[in-house]
Design a binder for this molecule. Sequence first.
Ligand SMILES: Nc1nc2c(ncn2[C@@H]2O[C@H](COP(=O)(O)OP(=O)(O)OP(=O)(O)O)[C@@H](O)[C@H]2O)c(=O)[nH]1
Length: 573
Amino acid sequence: MNKNMRIRYKITLAVGVAVTVVLVAMAFFYTHFQEQSVLSQNERTMEKLTESVAQGLQAVMLAGSADIAESYADRLKKVTDILDFRILRTNGDEAFRDNKTIHDVNRRRGEETFTPRDHEQQIPVLPADDANLLAAVSEGRTLAIYEPGPDGHRNLTFLAPIKYTEACSKCHGTAHKVRGVIKLTTSLAAVERDIYEVRQYAIGGLALALMATMLLTGYMLGRTVVEPLERVTHAMSRVSDGDLNHQVPIHSRDEIGTMANSFNRMTSELRTTYDGLRREQDKLTTIIHGAGEGIVVTDSTGEIVLVNPAAERLLEKPASQLVREGFYALLDDEEQMRLWLSDPEQGGAITTAYKGRVLQIFASTIFGSDHNVVGSAALLRDITEEKRLEDELRRLSTTDGLTGLFNRRHLDATLDTEYNRAQRTGTSLAVLMFDIDHFKKFNDTYGHDQGDRVLQSVARNFHDALRKYDLACRYGGEEFVGILPNTTLEGAFCVAERLRVEIEAAEVDGLKVTISVGVAAFPELSVATPEGLIEAADAALYRSKEGGRNRSTRALPPEPSTPAATGADTTPV
Ligand SMILES: Nc1nc2c(ncn2[C@@H]2O[C@H](COP(=O)(O)OP(=O)(O)OP(=O)(O)O)[C@@H](O)[C@H]2O)c(=O)[nH]1
């Protein structure tokens, strides 16, 4: 059966085939029984006819008019549909054609009762050993024999025995129970025409019945099954096309009605879920489009499927270009991107410089619930300003606002680090501490602003006097500390002296400024903590002040009996 055939035609065809088989079978049995019935009827009629012929013949014979029988048989032959009529002797020869019986009867009666024929002839109709003839003669029963006729129709031949009666024995004796056989052959052409007609009518009737059944079946199927099914199918196709508002009309409470009802409920559920999902999607789309962060998403094949406006802005490329160039080329560095995505620890942020700005990127692979890769995503943030503020904050938290040098907090942290490094690597670490001499007088005499300018000028000198790797800090008030990694005590002392001379030489607003310096160094000075170095430098500074100011003093190892702070080697001016 064609798979594309509509269900209406499939069912109608199936019902049609079933009904045809049943009707053909019924037609076959009907016509067959009809035929049997007609033939039986015909047989009975013919039997009665032969019986009445036999009786008539007997009556003629008893009336002594045996010669009439011959013309009687000839007349019967002319009856329509009677093809042949013969009165046979038991040996199969036709009776009343020769004088044998006449002679026998005359002899038995002892008188010339019957006059012999002038022209006698012997006509053998059936052979003496014909099985049917023998059956009719010996068993005394009537036989009906059907044979094909020359005109295509069947012929029916009756062999009816002519039995002896009491009256017959007077002329024919009692030697045989059956005296002769009547052979009557009729054509069944008329009967078969009737049967054919009946069959035609039956087939016509059946064809009409079949047509009516099929039409009715098709109509009923259409109304009760096919149309409701088509409505559901149509609705399903509309739903699959995205029209979730389509409902199947319910006309019945049968299985199809229940199915339509279930389908409507399912569609309604689907619509609710879909609406919810759409609302969520709208929200998500709004968030994605309005987000300050750039978002780029790919599908499982790596094709970019989503680029939000922020991503276009941050990457300075239109979405079409990003899609064309591909996910790995987002930051113009495919190798770097592949490295990030292949990192098992991915998910962390990567900060990179891009077109003069600082971008933070979260690049990750997206896995589905079945652990298969469903795509990749990149979240991009412009952290240029953030980074600047962070740097500024860090700078502010580590520097002194007035002089721009590092503050004491930063000094403490750095000193710890440098001290540990020096210990670990066995290198030197020097600390230089100085204080502006009589600074109070600048404030008191020229005002606080002038004092500030002196501090700033000294700080500049201090900063410029140190190397790149040294650290210049304002320790507090008019006190300054320098950390000089990889510097011996002598080296630090040289720096101190150079600085002291430079500051003395550089007047500030025409005012002469001098400083008193103390230097200490590890490991020349065996201190146990970083603070020990500061204390030693402070003690040396103290010695410079005591020694008359405007000078540098080396911290000396403490004498066992003398405190470290007093141990100093002062260079007088
Ligand atoms: N203008 C100004 N003055 C400050 C600042 N910090 C501290 N001072 C002043 O610095 C002065 C320090 O004075 P003192 O501790 O007596 O020391 P000095 O006058 O330098 O004397 P010696 O150190 O003994 O030579 C005080 O008057 C403080 O008010 C600052 O940031 N700006």
